[in-house]
Design a protein around this ligand. Structure first.
Ligand code: PGA
Length: 265
């Protein structure tokens, strides 16, 4: 791991969810390699394909210009867990990161703060970089408990994580009510205050030297990416639907980069 200057680099990535076969992912990444200025040291791009694409991608695609990660993993190294994938299995693909705690995992597959915590422990034990997702539900949001909920998700997920381990941590704030087809884009000032609260907690927890990057996600697209990217406390954007085509990814990334760094790149 390494090569990225945390605190300076702006992250931009997509979670492909349950989209793309292995050959489609290879074509997608080839398209990105042609369309993106992958040598811009200010930007770190990443793509999280389905597990079944990882072998083809690991063999095919030259990194580190574009990080490749997994969308989930189990906390055990091996065992009677039918249908699951473990950290040592992911390690063999030399991945750059593993996402843990995505809202859809929590919502549809029964993941809790406790299981997310176990997975984070396992990921760090196996030397994987972690992208931890947190975000409040619609009910928490309308009832004014958003920030508290996010802070408690962070607290339980990161319990026992050392300062050294936190150097390999990224966090994404994704309000559940803002994710996916039915999602509503969040107000900028609301996002800024949640991210500020997260930043304060992370600084308190790990000190000012580590500063894990905090990304924002949830209905980010080509029209609103610039406004989110201009929020100074945000270190990256995590995009779903809008970045699932080469053109969508490239245009949203270009607009993000322009808004963040004030150039057309
Ligand atoms: P979306 O997905 O951009 O399609 O809302 C975001 C996510 O689930 O990370």
């Amino acid at each position: 791991m390494g090569g990225v200057e945390f605190g300076r680099t702006f992250f931009f990535g997509t979670n492909l969810k349950m989209h793309q076969t292995a050959s489609e992912t290879v074509a997608f990444l080839d398209g990105l390699a042609e369309s993106l200025a992958l040598d811009d040291p200010r930007m770190q791009y990443f793509v999280l394909p389905p597990f079944t694409s990882l072998a083809a991608v690991a063999q095919h695609f030259a990194r580190p210009a574009l990080w490749i990660g997994a969308q989930n993993m189990h906390w055990a190294a091996s065992g009677a867990f039918t249908g699951e994938i473990s950290a040592p299995m992911l390690r063999e693909f030399d991945l750059d990161l593993v996402m843990l705690g995505h809202a859809e995992r929590r919502q549809h597959f029964g993941e809790t703060d406790a299981t997310v915590h176990r997975k984070i422990r396992a990921a760090f034990d196996h030397g994987l970089r972690v992208l931890l997702c947190v975000g409040e539900s619609a009910a928490d949001h309308t009832e004014g408990r958003g920030i508290e909920r996010v802070r408690s998700q962070l607290r339980s997920a990161l319990e026992g994580v050392s300062v050294e381990e936190a150097r390999a941590l990224l966090v994404a704030y994704e309000p559940v009510w803002s994710i996916g087809e039915a999602g509503v884009p969040a107000e900028l000032d609301e996002v800024a205050s949640v991210v500020d609260a997260m930043r304060n907690d992370l600084d308190e927890r790990f000190g000012l030297e580590v500063r894990p990057p905090v990304l924002y996600g949830g209905s980010v697209d080509r029209t609103n990416c610039g406004a989110f990217a201009a929020i100074p406390a945000i270190d990256g954007l995590f995009v779903g639907r809008a970045a699932w085509s080469v053109a969508g990814f490239a245009e949203t990334a270009a607009r993000t980069r322009a808004a963040r760094f004030g150039d057309a790149g």
